[in-house]
Design a protein around this ligand. Structure first.
Ligand code: HEC
Length: 112
């Protein structure tokens, strides 16, 4: 019984559930999450490569609606967590699941 309850908790907890390309962002549109994401964008130095307003620099513009690795929230999550072979670092060991969703919420809030 205990094991069942634990398995149920793991499956229903948004923080621990597996994120797939089809996952929606549980924090999308939430003002406090967007603000936390904005802060993380500076703190983790995403801004150093993508600029504070996300319009890009050494890394690509994240507001122009063009996505190399997919535009869906789950895909953007995956790109940030895993990184890419051409210069985008992986963040899954440096940020929690919630923090990555906060940053995705910030990016979503800037979409044109
Ligand atoms: C060292 C520079 C650098 C840092 C720091 C960095 N990025 Fe990137 N990022 C890149 C580059 C370069 C690419 C393009 C990679 C490619 O073409 O494979 C990229 C790609 C991306 C993409 C995919 C864009 C697309 O078109 O699919 C997202 C989303 C992204 N970065 C978000 C972030 C976030 C969020 C952070 C901070 C947690 C961050 N990046 C930190 C350089 C960086």
């Amino acid at each position: 019984m205990r094991k069942l309850v634990l398995a149920f908790m793991l499956l229903t907890s948004p923080a621990l559930a597996q994120v797939t390309a089809h996952s929606t962002n549980p924090l999308e549109g939430k003002a406090d999450a967007i603000e936390a994401g904005r802060a993380l964008f500076g703190k983790m130095n995403c801004a150093g490569c993508h600029a504070y307003d996300l319009t890009g620099g050494m890394g690509p513009d994240l507001t122009d609606g063009s996505w190399q690795y997919g535009a869906k929230p789950g895909e953007v999550y995956h790109t940030i967590a895993e990184g890419t072979p051409r210069g985008m670092p992986a963040w899954k060991d440096k940020m929690t699941v919630d923090e990555i969703w906060q940053v995705v919420a910030y990016i979503q809030s800037k979409k044109q």
